[in-house]
Structure formats: structure tokens, C-alpha cells
Design a protein around this ligand. Structure first.
Ligand SMILES: Nc1nc2c(ncn2[C@@H]2O[C@H](COP(=O)(O)OP(=O)(O)O)[C@@H](O)[C@H]2O)c(=O)[nH]1
Ligand SMILES: [Mg+2]
Length: 292
């Protein structure tokens, strides 16, 4: 790849992503010579079954009709138990397959250190080199991944459903901290308004009244236009501009940490520990000093 490459076709995009994903020969140079555009990255997170894929499908449909170019990253669960969910996603998204303005890519969710894969960050970075209007990332909402997606996306949409419990649980999961937009999906079901009221009250208590709480019925496309309006508003907001530096710093730290740990021998660490842990006066802080 030549210097400062802009990517202008999906074939090159797919190939470049593969090079980076597989850490093929020269991938670091590829990453260093990308020409990323300032494209809004919008994360959709929330519990499994909340309707993230259905909602994204509806959002993407509307945007494609408007002639927008859309990149979509589906974060695959590594666990084989969730394979069905991934196949389901592919089927739901298949309405748009072969649309020349839509590019879909799946990425494995777990990195070697257990966190949200660094690959996702790199894949998104490569995708920014194609002139998309929006890049959407759907993450499986389990454990830490919701919180981690906030470090990757400019805007985080948290999708909840009435049956997923009350707003208190949402607070416990840390979702209140990361949501830029709340969506209560499956509003065709009972208790949707109760959840909205409860969420609004929690936001009020946390002085976060400015975070919108939207109501959608993804399967019918209800509320989708309003959601897009909020996503666009968020993209153009001052808050978003201010957050750019913080996001970039976080990403830089992750990359630096990854580089520093690159040749770290975990097995050697364990062996050393095993030799020393039982000696009298063993002290972990003292022990790790020669690793620093
Ligand atoms: N009743 C109802 N069902 C929905 C709605 N949105 C999605 N679903 C259904 O909920 C299930 C899970 O949706 P999916 O989009 O796969 O959820 P995800 O795991 O969050 O991506 C599917 O069977 C959808 O058809 C909705 O607004 N109302
Ligand atoms: Mg899904």
C-alpha cells in the first residue's frame, strides 16, 4: 500500500481489514499510512435480545434510502453458545446484502488480554479510511463490553427493553455513565412507560436530564427517525467535539500499552512467581519491580 492511502472501494477495504486483523506482514505500516476521515462512530449496546440488530437494521435502512454510505461492525461473541445470535444477525442484516453503500464486517469480541479486542479499534480505524457517512458498531451487551465500547465510539446508544429490568440495574451495570442516548425498545410491550419514567428519574437524580430517552418498536420501524435525529444531533454537538481529545488519549494509551506488553512472557512471570511466592516475606510489589 502506498503512502497516505484513501480507500475507495469495498474490495480494498475488506482486504486491508484482513491484513490488519491477521497481523499480516507489514500491517503496522498499513495502519500508519491510513488516511482516516472524521466519521462518526456510533456504538449500539445493551442486553442480548434487546433488539439492537433489529433497530440497527431499521436505522441503516432509512440512512441507505437517504443515499448515505454506511459501515457496520458486528462484534461476534467468541463463545460458541452465542453462535446462533450471530447467524441471526447475519440473517436480519441480509436485507441489505449487496447494497453498494453498505459494508458489513464481523470481528471477534475477545482480545488476548480478555478485553474488547484491540482488533475492533483497528478495524474501525481502517474503515474510517473509506468515506462512510456513519460507522455503526453493535456489541453484545455482556459484562465489560458495554463500558469498553464507550472508549471506541463517539456516540453510545444503550438499548433496553421493559423486561430487562428497571433503571436501577442499568445504573449498576454502569450504563448510566456511558449512554449518550437511551432507547427503550419493544415499546409495544407492557411496562415500556414504567421503564422510561424510571430511567428519566434516575437521569434526573444524576443531573443527566439532557440525555435523551427514546421509545422504539424496532420491528415496526417506530421511533427510528427520531433516533436518527438524535444520533445526528449528537454527532454535531459541542460535547462530542470536547470528547474527541479524551477518546484519542484513551485509544493512544491502549495502543502504547499493547506495544509495551508485546514481548511480555506471561509464562516466565508465572514460573518466577512459583519459585518465589512461598519464600518468607514475599512481597508482590517488590517482586514486580524488576519487570518495570
Ligand atoms: N415485540 C417486539 N419484538 C422485537 C422488537 N425489536 C426486536 N424484537 C425481537 O426481539 C428479538 C431479538 O432482537 P435482536 O435484534 O436480535 O436483539 P439483539 O440481541 O439486541 O441484537 C427478535 O426476535 C426480534 O424480532 C420490538 O420492538 N418489539
Ligand atoms: Mg444482535
Amino acid at each position: 500500500m502506498s503512502h497516505n492511502t484513501s480507500i475507495t472501494d469495498f474490495k480494498t477495504l475488506a482486504r486491508t481489514i484482513s491484513v490488519v486483523e491477521n497481523e499480516a506482514e507489514g500491517f503496522e505500516s498499513v495502519l500508519q499510512h491510513l488516511h482516516p476521515n472524521d466519521i462518526p462512530v456510533v456504538g449500539f449496546t445493551g442486553p442480548p435480545g434487546a433488539g439492537k440488530s433489529t433497530l440497527l437494521n431499521a436505522v441503516v435502512s432509512v440512512l441507505l434510502e437517504e443515499g448515505k454510505k454506511i459501515g457496520l461492525v458486528l462484534v461476534d461473541p467468541s463463545s460458541p453458545f452465542n453462535l446462533g445470535a450471530v447467524l441471526g444477525d447475519r440473517l436480519r442484516m441480509s436485507t441489505h446484502f449487496n447494497n453498494p453503500h453498505l459494508f458489513i464486517r464481523s470481528v471477534a469480541s475477545r482480545g488476548s488480554l480478555g478485553g474488547l479486542s484491540d482488533k475492533i479499534m483497528e478495524v474501525v480505524e481502517v474503515m474510517k479510511s473509506y468515506p462512510f457517512d456513519f460507522i455503526f458498531v453493535e456489541t453484545v451487551g455482556v459484562g465489560q463490553s458495554e463500558v469498553e465500547i464507550a472508549g471506541l465510539a463517539d456516540t453510545t446508544v444503550v438499548v433496553l427493553v421493559p423486561e430487562s429490568g428497571d433503571a436501577i440495574q442499568t445504573m449498576k451495570a454502569g450504563l448510566m455513565e456511558i449512554a449518550d442516548i437511551f432507547v427503550v425498545n419493544k415499546a409495544d410491550r407492557a411496562d415500556a412507560d414504567a421503564l422510561i419514567n424510571s430511567l428519566s428519574f434516575q437521569l434526573h437524580l444524576n443531573q443527566k436530564e439532557n440525555i435523551p430517552v427514546l421509545k422504539t418498536v424496532a420491528v415496526e420501524g417506530n421511533g427510528v427517525k427520531e433516533l436518527i435525529t438524535e444520533i445526528v444531533r449528537e454527532r454535531d454537538s459541542e460535547k462530542n467535539k470536547e470528547r474527541k481529545l479524551i477518546l484519542l488519549a484513551e485509544k493512544a494509551l491502549r495502543i502504547i500499552a499493547k506495544h509495551r506488553m508485546k514481548n511480555f512472557d506471561v509464562l516466565q512471570l508465572k514460573n518466577d512467581l512459583q519459585l518465589k511466592m512461598d519464600s518468607p516475606g514475599f512481597n508482590l510489589y517488590s517482586f514486580i519491580r524488576h519487570y518495570q
